[in-house]
Design a protein around this ligand. Sequence first.
Ligand code: SF4
Ligand code: SF4
Length: 426
Amino acid sequence: MQNFFHAVTLDEDKCMGCTNCIKRCPTAAIRVRDKKARINASRCIDCGECIRVCPHHAKQATCDGLDVLNRYEYTVALPAPSFMAQFNNLEDVDIVLNALIRFGFNDVFEVAKAAELVSAATRILMKQNGPPERPVISSACPAVVRLIRVRFPNLIPQILPLHAPVEVAAKMAREKAMEETGLPSEKIGIVFISPCPAKVTAVKMPLTIEKSNIDAVVAVKEIYPKIFPLMKEVVSEEPVVSSEIGRIGLSWGSSGGESSGLLRDNYLAADGIENVIRVLEDLEDEKFQGVDFVELNACNGGCVGGVLNVENPYVAKTKLSRIRKQLPVSFNHLDTLDPSMLWDSPLEYVPALQLDDNFMVALQKMNEIEKIVSQLEGLDCGSCGAPSCRALAEDIVMGTATIDDCIFQLRKKYAERAEKGKEKTK
Ligand code: SF4
Ligand code: SF4
């Protein structure tokens, strides 16, 4: 049996069973049974949509606490490019970096720095015709990669086989820290400041790398209130660390940024889980001609839209554009592809719904599902606790629901019973 880690979890005490979340889940992972939501671990991609829509705050993201700094002798903070967009009137990225040092980190390594290298590696890889199937799909958003893995397996060969910038940054940060301090790897803590739960899961349960180089993940909203007051203090001081990023790296924080770093026009960038699904469906239907690269971000606006951020994604996007203007085009370059940036292992298809290991039994179950679907109303009303009539039919066949969970079927049953009762008394 497969083990799962999910950053997105349910606080059962807060769940009111309102069913708001079931239809928003892109992988139909949520059911409401006995007035409580349940998340199917094999389907969840940790996109955070259910956190966004739950009016009772019953869905939450599990991250590491800031006490992680006490666990290591030397710690390095990895701020995401979108982190810089959380602050008002930020004139200089150095202010944020130095506030992180003042807070207690020993060093800071900007994820945007690694993002520039990933942009360069992508340009090299695409020139060398790898992966050969076009358009190439970005691998940067872990929720999108997991969505493709469970819902669009035919598109797996088109995914860019490069580690995400945060993973590249973590490896570089660890090597730098070991060299500068002489400490062994286990005494160094690499801490990512994350905008979304999908990135937490990508660290705790990685797919294409055996073990992540990141030791802990803290939410932007957890560290923001600690950093903000320190920023005022560092303005007048000599900076301890200085930013080493250009526009290309910082642009990765919002939708379209990764694509613009490829320095070509024939790309498509979509954001927001519904738009992403539409694009993936069109990609399966081979609708995009002449498009070489597709950038997909599960959150609205890209990483600035992550549920662990503090700023409104649209305001954050504007702030990012403002900071970008003061930067050089690129600060980090790559002449040849560094093989350590490539995935360690291929991405494997994991079906969201495995009816049975035995093909004949699975086929039989599939026929049963179709039969039940034809009996149901087809309203996809969600009152049964499943997001659609088909999902309820699947649950019935898998033994986790009964036909009586459908309010229309139940009414029909009672009406028939009443009719029979009347006939008996005649
Ligand atoms: S939205 Fe989902 S998790 Fe939140 S209270 Fe309603 S059923 Fe429960
Ligand atoms: S995090 Fe996303 S995939 Fe997981 S249960 Fe919530 S909405 Fe569904």
